[in-house]
Structures are given as structure tokens and as C-alpha cells.
Design a protein around this ligand. Structure first.
Ligand SMILES: NC(=O)c1ccc[n+]([C@@H]2O[C@H](COP(=O)([O-])OP(=O)(O)OC[C@H]3O[C@@H](n4cnc5c(N)ncnc54)[C@H](OP(=O)(O)O)[C@@H]3O)[C@@H](O)[C@H]2O)c1
Length: 316
């Protein structure tokens, strides 16, 4: 149990499998200028958590505490923070990648990136949404500027990013095609997908054409094939490393656009996401919740790559 000056965090002292994760008690941070200290109630998990746990990724060598999603209550504010106050319920994403550390009882975060949690959703919902919704919003709205009636292909549409991307694309009035294994097609239809493709049985590049926008989270061959289903001027937004430099050359040759992006913490985008939630147009499907101390179990499940929707850590 943490004391008034300490907090429990999930930490790791070595890179490796879920077993390297451990609970530690550390000093509770004080919010610096323009920061808020958040008492974390729920924090989503994302593939970037297990990738960083195993490889160090952007963060290099441990020790470090992972986690970028946050929903919680403002405990204290740093100098200069006027928009938020202690007691406010907030949700948002820590700066990606350097601001990590939400898999903890408390986290200090840039006030600028956080918005009020919509009253109609609980902390588990709000903790599940930020990273995946910001990713989908920045891919579909900022980069691709999806328009009503456009044909949007979303790969891995049942996953964390995919299932919110479907809802955002539908909210923009798009015709949405999603890929998933057959067992997840009912889920895709509930989300609003107009056409579901079983990627295990059907080569999507032979089944769809004249697509305006593809959201790619698989990279490699899937990214290259995605370029070929676009109409002239269409765009593939990929959110995974390409590994294939010919992605951009192939795009140029075909007269289409290819973009690769990293999610970025942004308050204006969080406001747009909160508006969609308030309008009842965006909800996370919660695959499972785990108490903070069971983070290793959550990592192991997430790393299977088969979950539908989101995994979330809860903090009492
Ligand atoms: N660049 C960025 O800023 C950024 C941001 C967020 C995420 N990402 C990356 O995007 C990827 C997806 O993230 P996520 O949170 O959506 O992951 P996730 O929730 O773990 O995705 C799981 C889903 O992927 C589906 N899937 C796996 N292989 C597939 C395939 N070949 N075709 C279609 N669906 C497939 C699975 O469905 P089935 O069981 O039916 O196969 C499952 O529902 C990760 O690599 C993540 O690191 C990048």
C-alpha cells in the first residue's frame, strides 16, 4: 500500500517477456509548471507497451514505467495551469513516446494534452480511448481528410485502433470495409462496417477496389497491396514501420499517396474525440480489465494480437 508521498507503479529492470514487469513503490511526482498530477483510475494497454517492454523501443534501457493512456482525477496542478483544477475528471494521452508512465497510481502529465472526461462514460471507457482514438482521428481526419461517401478500408478492424477507426469513419459518413477473421465479423457489423472481409480466406486486394483511404496497421505486403486498391489520388495511412522502402516508390508509380504516422498527444483532437463520445458515436469495446498489479497478465493477453477491442488496467 502506498503512503501519502509514494505510489505503486509497474516497472521493469530488464527487457523481456511479461515476467519482467513488477510492482514497485516509488516517490509520487509533483506536477511541474504547466503539468497536472493525475490520480490514475484506468489506463489502457496498447501494443506499444509490449513492444517497449520487450525491445526498449524509443525508451532504450530500463528501468521505466510504461503506459500512455490515462483516465483519472486531477490531484494537483503545477504553476500556470488555469484550465484544469484539482478534482476534475480528465482523460488523455501522455506525450508519445517520451511522456510514458501511466501504469501507475499517479502520473504527471502536460495539462495541454488533457480534456474533461465526458460525464456519460466511466474511467475504464475513458482510459481505453485516448491512444487508439487519437491514432485513428489523426490518420483518417487529419491525414486522409475522409469525406462523406468515400470508401475507407480498415485493416485489423476488430483491434484496438481498428474498432475506433471504424466508428470515426462512419461518423464522417464513409462507406467502411473492414478486415478480420470470420469469428469477428458480427462484431464488425455491430460497429457499423458495411463490408467485412475474412483476410484468412480472401485476398483483400482482389476483393476491393476504388478505395479512397486505407488505414494500415500491418505494414509489409499488406501496405504494398493496399496501394493497389486505391483509386487515383487515394491514400494509404500506415501506422507501423514499413520495412519496405519501395512503399513510397510504388505509391508514386501508381499516382496514389502513402503516409506513415506516429500518434501525437493533442488537445484539439481529444476535444473532437470527447464530442464523438458525447454524441454517442464512439465507444471502446472493453475486451478485459486487470488490476494494476496484474499488468503482466494483461501484457501476455494483449501480445497474442487476437483481442477484439481494448485491454485496460484499473487502479483502486
Ligand atoms: N503509429 C502509431 O502511432 C500507432 C498507434 C497505435 C497503434 N499502432 C500499431 O498498430 C498496430 C495495431 O494496434 P492495435 O492496438 O489495433 O492492436 P490490437 O488491438 O492488438 O489488434 C488486434 C487485432 O488485430 C487483428 N489482426 C491480426 N492480424 C491481422 C491481419 N493479418 N488482418 C486483419 N486483422 C488482423 C486481430 O483480429 P483477428 O484475430 O481476426 O486476426 C485482432 O482483433 C500495432 O502494431 C500497434 O503498435 C501504431
Amino acid at each position: 500500500m502506498s503512503t501519502v508521498n509514494t505510489m505503486r507503479v509497474i516497472t521493469q529492470n530488464a527487457l523481456g517477456g511479461p515476467e519482467v514487469l513488477e510492482v514497485a513503490e516509488v516517490e509520487r511526482p509533483a506536477p511541474r509548471a504547466n503539468e497536472i498530477l493525475i490520480r490514475v483510475h484506468a489506463a489502457g494497454l496498447n501494443p506499444t507497451d509490449w513492444k517497449h517492454r520487450a525491445t526498449g523501443g524509443f525508451l532504450g534501457e530500463p528501468p521505466f514505467t510504461l503506459g500512455w493512456d490515462v483516465s483519472g482525477v486531477v490531484e494537483a496542478v503545477g504553476v500556470g495551469v488555469a484550465r484544469l483544477a484539482p478534482g476534475d475528471e480528465v482523460f488523455g494521452m501522455l506525450s508519445y513516446p517520451w511522456g510514458h508512465g501511466s501504469h501507475a497510481e499517479y502520473v504527471a502529465a502536460p495539462a495541454r494534452a488533457f480534456v474533461h472526461k465526458p460525464a456519460g462514460i466511466d474511467h475504464v471507457q475513458a482510459g481505453a480511448l485516448p491512444l487508439v482514438s487519437l491514432t485513428a482521428w489523426q490518420a483518417l481526419v487529419e491525414n486522409a481528410q475522409v469525406q462523406p461517401g468515400q470508401r475507407v478500408l480498415i485493416h485489423a478492424a476488430a483491434g484496438g485502433v481498428g474498432h475506433v477507426a471504424v466508428q470515426i469513419a462512419k461518423a464522417r459518413g464513409a462507406y467502411v470495409i473492414g478486415t478480420a477473421s470470420a469469428a469477428k465479423h458480427d462484431f464488425l457489423r455491430e460497429l457499423g462496417v458495411d463490408e467485412a472481409i475474412d483476410y484468412r480466406e480472401t485476398d483483400f486486394s482482389e476483393a476491393v477496389k476504388d478505395v479512397d483511404v486505407v488505414l494500415d496497421m500491418l505494414g509489409g505486403e499488406t501496405a504494398l497491396k493496399s496501394l493497389r486498391v486505391l483509386r487515383p489520388g487515394g491514400i494509404v495511412v500506415s501506422i507501423v514501420p514499413m520495412g519496405k522502402p519501395d512503399f513510397y516508390e510504388e505509391a508514386e508509380r501508381l499516382g496514389v499517396r502513402a503516409v506513415r504516422m506516429l500518434v501525437d498527444a493533442d488537445r484539439a483532437d481529444m476535444e473532437s474525440i470527447a464530442e464523438l463520445v458525447e454524441a454517442g458515436k464512439l465507444r471502446a469495446t472493453i475486451a478485459a480489465t486487470f488490476p494494476l498489479a496484474d499488468a503482466a497478465e494483461a501484457h501476455a493477453l494483449g501480445a497474442t494480437g487476437r483481442t477484439a477491442g481494448k485491454l485496460v488496467l484499473t487502479v483502486d
